[in-house]
Design a protein around this ligand. Sequence first.
Ligand code: SF4
Length: 342
Amino acid sequence: MNSLPLIRHSERVDYKRCPKKWFWRWRMGLVPKAKTFGALELGTWFHSTLAAWYSQPDREGLSLTAWFKHFAELAIGGAKNIGAPDYTLEKADELAALGEAMATAYQKKYGADPAIIPIVAEIPLEFDLTDADGKVFAKHKLKPDLVYREAANPDYVWLMEHKTAAQIRTEHLVIDDQARPYGAMAEISLRRAGVLRKSDVFKGIMYNFVRKALTDERPVNEQGQSLNKNGSVSAKQPVPTLMRFPVTLTKASKRIAISRLRIEAGIITGMTEALRSKKVDPALLPKTPHSSCPKLCPFFTMCVVEEQGGDIKEMQRTMYERRDPYLYEEESTEVLTSFELS
Ligand code: SF4
């Protein structure tokens, strides 16, 4: 068993978003019992699809849409088996149809993707976080979506991060909180694991955007412009659904990303210790209410009840189960009777 504290990217995100949310998920291990199908599931299916796709030695002639259908059907079948209600299953079917359209558009644009030579997809890595004296105080888990070589320059290695998004936004990517630290940690971890050759030059992150959108079925002219029914060029041209956006990482940006990780991990492990030793009462942890809470926080209802002075212990028993948050989803099959601070 790993005796050093573990840290995950989504844990840092949760802690910085709202310490109470972090406590419920990462110290109590709470996850909602009710299965919903939304942006998170679509992203998971698409990531699994691309991981399987890029792991094939020869992608020529293989249908990406068929891979996607496989992963969506697997999840929907699982929900059916545990008696998910019809409205949930209908939502899941709609999501699967959207994902199939996205997979078809992806393969139409990139084909077998000959520009990419995959090295490894979704490799689980651990990065040692050290304190000011160089002593390892925590391990950061990471699983980059894809490590690949440029076919045109095989010594150039990139991390590809797949992003399924309602809108493609790129302005913030130079300060991105996931891929940038991932790149800095992965380069060192991959060299240590012997995955990268000495001659390999680690370039940075290639964001692989796939917009959540159905295909524009309108006819197009020779310039690729969408046409109206009468054959004239439409004033409403489709927004691109696929985009690759590179962010190269300099030595300085990698150093800064790792320093920030150390600081954040130090704060989180310190708070964990204070909660375990009862120096901090969980009831006094700050909350960060925001208009996105109802949609994006799985603890919203419980949070409301707590703010009204209600009994949330019963809600924790009936609405949530406990799972080890430090396990990846495919490993986290076991429902626990308790987790750390339950
Ligand atoms: S609902 Fe908002 S304030 Fe409450 S725990 Fe979730 S993120 Fe924090």
